[in-house]
Write a protein that binds this ligand. Structure first.
Ligand code: DAK
Length: 260
């Protein structure tokens, strides 16, 4: 599929998706959202990758938010509908069966931070900046920010970040647990590729089942979460990958996983 605002490369079963509107700091206009929706619709229906990395083009921004210049064109009574449309796209990212890494290379503001939080984890450049500045525009986060941020870092810090609309450093975001790792700007993609390569060496089936156990289990109480874990563990236990992984260990060789 050909996109105008997204670039997509694949190497060694690792996909790199770049949001590409450098002149507008990769702001999410309607076209980017539509293309992201189409991209994940296709990716989620036939997965042949082990891991996906999402980043922004240029060295200044991951995504500097929803496109502010487009907002005035949205009918003032259709805000809820527009929010649901964006939420659906970001939900498709969270529902992607393979791990999705946000490689945050600069500003991740508003919709940009909401996009990063829909990924499985965030690796940030030391120059990255994070915030949900919607209240400065008379808005509140509408693409999942009020829900996902509190799940990442707890209610109180989420409320502070949302109510102030302030912008924070990558190190601060890491201290809060929003960012998994901070790396030197020039090494960001290299670091994300190294993490992705570790993932590609493991059983693709086990990696997907584990992702589901954590993501879906997070919304359940502990007893229900444990039930889900046992069910998914059962699927892994009866897989060809488990036979191969265990045999490879015993035979002192590298496993060759089929993903079945
Ligand atoms: N939208 C449109 N254009 C943007 C943009 C954005 N969010 N951010 C930057 N740009 C454009 C700038 O206008 C400028 O374009 P030209 O003037 O050159 O044509 C170009 O990108 C370079 O930006 P700057 O010249 O401003 O660069 P600086 O380094 O000086 O400043 C900055 C970088 C990131 C601090 C600054 O650009 C900035 O404050 N940007 C806006 C950040 C922001 O407030 N983002 C929006 C957050 S609120 C909705 C659902 C969700 C949302 C909205 C609606 N509905 C359901 C309808 C979510 C809202 C948000 O994301």
């Amino acid at each position: 599929m050909k996109f105008e605002t997204l670039e997509f490369d694949v190497k060694d079963r690792i996909g790199v998706l770049t949001i590409s509107r450098t002149q507008a700091l990769n702001a999410l206009n309607a076209q980017v959202l539509t293309e992201l929706g189409l991209f994940f619709e296709e990716l989620n229906s036939k997965i042949d990758l082990c891991c996906l990395i999402i980043t922004g083009s240029g060295d200044k921004a991951f995504v500097a938010g929803a496109d502010i210049k487009e907002m005035s064109a949205v009918d003032k009574n259709s805000g809820a509908e527009a929010a649901q449309k964006g939420q659906k796209v970001f939900q498709a990212i969270e529902d992607c069966p393979i791990p999705v890494i946000a490689a945050v290379n600069g500003f991740a503001l508003g919709g940009g931070l909401e996009l990063a939080m829909a990924c499985d984890f965030i690796i940030a450049s030391d120059l990255a900046k994070f915030g949900l500045p919607e209240v400065s525009l008379g808005l509140i986060p509408g693409y999942g920010g009020t829900q996902r941020l509190s799940r990442y870092i707890g209610k109180a810090k989420a409320k502070m970040i949302i109510a102030t609309g302030d912008i924070y450093s990558a190190q601060k975001a890491k201290d809060w647990g929003l960012v998994a790792e901070v790396v030197e700007a020039g090494l960001l993609l290299e670091k994300c590729m190294a993490i992705a390569k570790s993932i590609t060496k493991r059983s693709p089936l086990a990696v997907r089942l584990a992702k589901r156990a954590v993501t879906d289990g997070f919304e359940l109480n502990q007893a229900e979460g444990l039930e889900l874990e046992a069910e998914l563990f059962g699927q892994a236990f009866s897989s060809e990958d488990k036979t191969e992984g265990v045999n490879a260990f015993i035979e002192k060789r590298e496993p060759k996983f089929s993903g079945k």
